[in-house]
Design a protein around this ligand. Structure first.
Ligand SMILES: Nc1ncnc2c1ncn2[C@@H]1O[C@H](COP(=O)(O)OP(=O)(O)OP(=O)(O)O)[C@@H](O)[C@H]1O
Ligand SMILES: [Mg+2]
Length: 357
């Protein structure tokens, strides 16, 4: 096991004039579970593959433990990688798939048998050890891929969208299983996904990437509660945070001519972020047109607009809704961003800006 350190890491693919990854700094503690999350093409796989040694590093430095690994072959890096497509050997049994990497490293036979047996026990693969991968379900194949990584007892696990090929229910089960195993083994892990929910539920800390750069690093709830930018605000959370054009007037934040909350004063336009669960439908407040309602059983999500700006609200009531409802927001729960840069505005600015009464 080891800590992982990425310093100013960048990658420009040959023939491309644009960096796929740029200026990435991440310090990963021993035993930590870090999730790289972001939309398609933001550089997640590129970054992971540089750590694995499957892509050359064009800028910066990657350390695994105390070693700089930039120039090392994948086999010399003491990492195990789990891919979306499992990458199992079709002609080998489950047992041989799991043992293969250890045999290559000339691990003694008795040791291989013991490690494979232990991994099979942890992953409940015992009954399938003599089967070929084609005779397994998708979830079982994924467990074999996990088993192959575990038996290696590497310094770090690297996962690239390992659950994407599974159905929604199995994904949730496997997600919990990976989390439980990782905690038990205490192996430093770097996990790539485009699924923000997967990222939120798995990570000790998540790294949100946008266009090859880090937007924010933090614990899931920290990122959820204090997104550093409109990009993160819109990406993390479901439904997505509503982002509205707003401005300040007399200490109030105004949307479409309506005063929404007393939060302070600042010149120029701002972007107001509202989480659906922080808005309440009441008899007073700002008028919101109702467009459609998602009934989710435990609650419902009301989609509509304030003025012409889309807003979503979580509602626990079951009563029929009028075409226009009224919504209130707790001033402590709203988010403000600089419209020009999309960066979060410090809540201190708001506090200081509230005019003395
Ligand atoms: N071998 C390559 N040669 C040139 N450009 C590449 C290569 N591989 C990836 N890219 C480019 O680098 C950028 C980042 O790609 P990457 O595969 O890392 O994205 P990703 O975040 O993993 O996306 P996804 O969620 O779709 O898997 C993209 O713009 C992609 O087109
Ligand atoms: Mg990818």
């Amino acid at each position: 096991m080891a800590h992982l350190s990425l310093k100013n890491v960048g990658k420009t693919y040959g023939g491309s004039n644009q960096a796929a990854v740029a200026g990435v700094d991440i310090e990963i503690a021993d035993g930590e579970f870090i999730v790289l999350v972001g939309p398609s093409g933001c550089g997640k796989s590129t970054l992971l593959r540089m750590v694995a040694g499957l892509e050359t590093v064009t800028d910066g430095e990657i350390r695994i433990g105390d070693r700089v690994v930039n120039q090392l072959d994948p086999a010399e890096r003491d990492i195990a990688m789990v891919f979306q497509n499992y990458a199992l050997y079709p002609h080998m049994s489950v047992r041989d798939n799991m043992a293969y990497g250890l045999k290559n490293r000339k691990t003694p036979k008795a040791e291989i048998e013991a490690r494979v047996a232990e991994a099979a026990r942890m992953l409940e693969l015992g009954p399938y050890l003599d089967r070929k991968p084609r005779a397994l379900s998708g979830g079982q194949r994924q467990r074999v891929a996990m088993g192959r990584a575990i038996v290696r007892q590497p310094a770090a696990f690297l996962f690239d969208e390992p659950l994407s090929n599974l159905d929604a229910k199995l994904r949730v089960t496997m997600r919990m299983e990976i989390r439980r195993l990782q905690k038990r083994l205490g192996t430093t892990s770097l996990y790539v996904t485009h699924d923000q929910l997967e990222a939120m539920t798995l990570a000790d800390r998540l790294v949100v990437l946008n266009g090859g750069r880090v937007e924010q690093i933090g614990a899931p709830l920290e990122v959820y509660r204090k997104p550093a930018s409109t990009f993160v605000a819109a990406f993390i959370g479901s439904p997505a945070m509503s982002l509205l054009d707003a401005r300040f007037e007399n200490g109030q934040v105004m949307v479409d001519g309506h005063a929404l909350a007393p939060v302070g004063n600042a010149p120029g336009p701002v972007t107001l972020g509202l989480r659906a669960e922080d808005l309440r439908i009441t008899s007073t407040g700002v008028p919101m047109r109702v467009d459609y309602v998602e009934e989710l059983g435990a609650h419902r999500i009301v989609h509509g607009a304030i003025g012409d700006q889309p807003v979503a609200v979580v509602d626990n009531g079951g009563a029929a809704l009028a075409e226009t409802v009224h919504v209130l927001v707790d001033p402590a729960k709203l988010h403000l961003f600089e419209t020009s840069t999309g960066r979060r505005m410090d809540t201190r600015i708001q506090a200081e800006a509230v005019p003395a009464q």
